[in-house]
Every structure is written in C-alpha cells, then in structure tokens.
Design a binder for this molecule. Structure first.
Ligand SMILES: Cc1cc2nc3c(=O)[nH]c(=O)nc-3n(C[C@H](O)[C@H](O)[C@H](O)COP(=O)(O)O)c2cc1C
Length: 309
C-alpha cells in the first residue's frame, strides 16, 4: 500500500482522487472511485444548481460509503455562491475551490470541518491559495482535460513542490501507475485523474462523449475558448478548456469568428460538434472499464514500480 499525507489524512486506501468534472462526474462515478479506495469528486460546474449537488451527493455517499468531494469553479461564485452553500451542506470530505482566488470562501468551508483543496496553474495561484488558507494544493498542468492553465504538469509540479510546505497533488495527463509513481517519487502526495475515467460506464453526459474518447489519440486535443463562447460560459480569459478536436473546433478555434456566429452554429446534440472535454491522456483510454477497476489498477502498478527501488 502506498501511504502518503493524502491517504492518512483523508482515510483513503490509495492516493488517487477522481477529478471533479463538470457534466461528466456525478454521484455514481464519484461513488465508484471512493468505493475503490480513492476519493471520488462531483464536478459542480457553474451551470449546475444546488438541487443537482444534493441529489448527486446522496448517490456518491450511498455508493462510495461516505467519502467524496465536490469541486467548484471559484470565479463563478462571485455572481452566485448558492452552490457553495449547497456543497457545504452535504458535508463532503473535500471541497475544491479551483480557478480563482479562494480567499472569500475558505473560512466557511474549513469551519464546517471540510478539507479545502485548490487546483492551481501558476506560482501566483499557489501564493493566493496559501494566503487564503487552502490545505491541499493540486498542480494542474496544461495537459489536463477541461479548463486548465498553460504550464505543463511536470514543470509546474516541480516548481510548486519547491515553493510550498503544503501537501501537493498533480493533475494533468496522469493515466497509469507510471504517472502516479512519478508524482510520488517527486515528492507529491498523490494524483487527480480525469480523462482516463471518461469512457467508464459510470460517467454522465452524452453517449458520444464516451465513444469519441475511445477513438481519440493523445494528439487529438485542442486548448480553446470556443466552447465557452458557444455555451455562454463567461470564463476569465486566462483559462481555456482542453477538448477533443471536432468539426466545431476545426471551423472556429483561432479564427476570430464573431461570437454570435459561434453561438448560432453550436449544436450539442450533434456528435461532430458537441464538446468533449478531454486531456492529452486521451490516447490511453482504451476501453470502457469501470472506474473502480481503473483506480485499483493505477494504484497496483504504481506500487510495483515504486517497489523496484
Ligand atoms: C470533462 C472534464 C470536465 C472538467 N470539469 C472540471 C470542473 O468542473 N471543475 C474542476 O475543478 N476541474 C474540472 N476538470 C479538470 C479536472 O478536475 C482535472 O484537473 C483533470 O481532469 C486532470 O487531468 P486529466 O484529465 O489529464 O486526468 C474537468 C476535466 C474534464 C476532463
């Protein structure tokens, strides 16, 4: 068994967190990751609501035995923080306040006895998270699926580990025990995995999201703002989303087309147009394996690899 700050502090069997993924990670996925000994997280995107959080938290709790987390998009709480209240009310093990300065929200979460985590993309983000009182840092590299920064996982992880005494996890491009072993050997406490879970039957979202990722190679992703424009999601401009290349990104990414045209042309029911957020680990998604199986196999392979030394 690999034991780290993460497993000891949160009572996990393996140092693996199932990433919060808006539109893809609901209660069933989160629950199965927790049941396998990791920590599964709900992805509570800006477009979800308190009812969704309550419903999916109940499923996660029932399937996973009580341990789960909820990931929020901090920048969007300024316009409406009811989703944060809903998340705190569920008393999850962890709440992630990612993408934005968490200072205004950390005290409320910690006062409820919930561990605070933040996915960060730069050293400036690390400083803000530390000042805010965040307890667990995730260095999220630009290889990651969904919204992310521009620095690669390995350079960011090393810089973050050299810059803080807080426990650090890595996210972005990690899909096997090789990645987990590398992070542990570097001094990290564990990993967040998202993309590798995206073909699992427990994910939510359109059917084509599961089939498209099975067809994709690691070269088939693009870092783009076009789906946010198309879907009226006012993300601050420093964060684009990494998604699979499709007809829509080929037509609009980097073209400077008017936003009205982008909005009008977007049809999420069309499998060649609808967004499939996914990272550069896409090529490693090779079957529709249950999430619990993936988590256990990542942990077992890392243990074998680390045992070589
Ligand atoms: C489909 C998808 C949706 C995501 N949505 C969110 C989200 O709502 N909140 C969040 O903090 N991170 C989100 N992320 C980022 C993940 O939490 C995590 O950083 C990422 O999946 C890790 O990299 P990987 O995809 O290479 O494993 C999303 C990622 C994916 C693939």
């Amino acid at each position: 068994m690999i034991q780290t700050w993460l497993t000891r502090e949160l009572g996990l069997e393996v140092p693996i967190i199932g990433a919060p993924m808006g539109g893809r990670a609901g209660g069933e996925l989160a629950g199965q990751v927790s049941k396998a000994g990791g920590l599964g997280m709900l992805g509570a995107a800006r477009y979800t609501d308190p009812e969704w959080v309550a419903k999916e938290a109940a499923v996660a709790r029932e399937v996973g035995g009580g341990t789960f987390g909820i990931g929020l998009q901090t920048w969007s709480l300024a316009e409406d923080s009811s989703i944060l209240d809903a998340a705190i009310a569920e008393k999850p093990t962890v709440i992630a306040l990612s993408f934005g300065d968490p200072a205004r929200y950390v005290d409320r979460v910690r006062a409820a006895g919930i561990t605070t985590m933040s996915q960060i993309n730069t050293i400036d983000d690390l400083v803000l998270a530390e000042q805010a009182g965040i307890e667990l840092i995730v260095a999220q590299g630009g290889e990651a699926g969904g919204h992310t920064g521009r620095i690669g996982t390995l350079p960011l992880l090393q810089e973050v580990l050299e810059s803080t005494d807080l426990p650090v996890l890595a996210a972005g491009g990690i899909s096997t025990g090789r990645g987990l072993a590398a992070v542990i050997a570097a001094g990290g406490e564990g990993v967040l995995v998202g993309t590798i879970l995206l073909a699992s039957p427990e994910t939510i979202g359109p059917d084509y999201a599961r089939s498209k990722i099975l067809e994709a190679s690691s070269a088939d992703t693009v870092y783009t703002p076009v789906f946010d424009q198309a879907r009226h999601q006012p993300w601050p401009s420093r964060w684009f989303g990494r998604a699979l290349v499709n007809d829509f990104t080929k037509k609009y990414d980097g073209t400077g087309a008017p936003v009205d045209e982008i909005v009008e042309s977007y049809d999420p029911s069309d499998a060649s147009v609808g967004v499939v957020y996914a990272g550069q680990a896409a090529g490693m998604v090779r079957g529709t394996h249950p999430a619990g199986e993936i988590v256990r196999s990542i942990a077992a392979q890392a243990e074998t690899l680390l045992g070589r030394f």
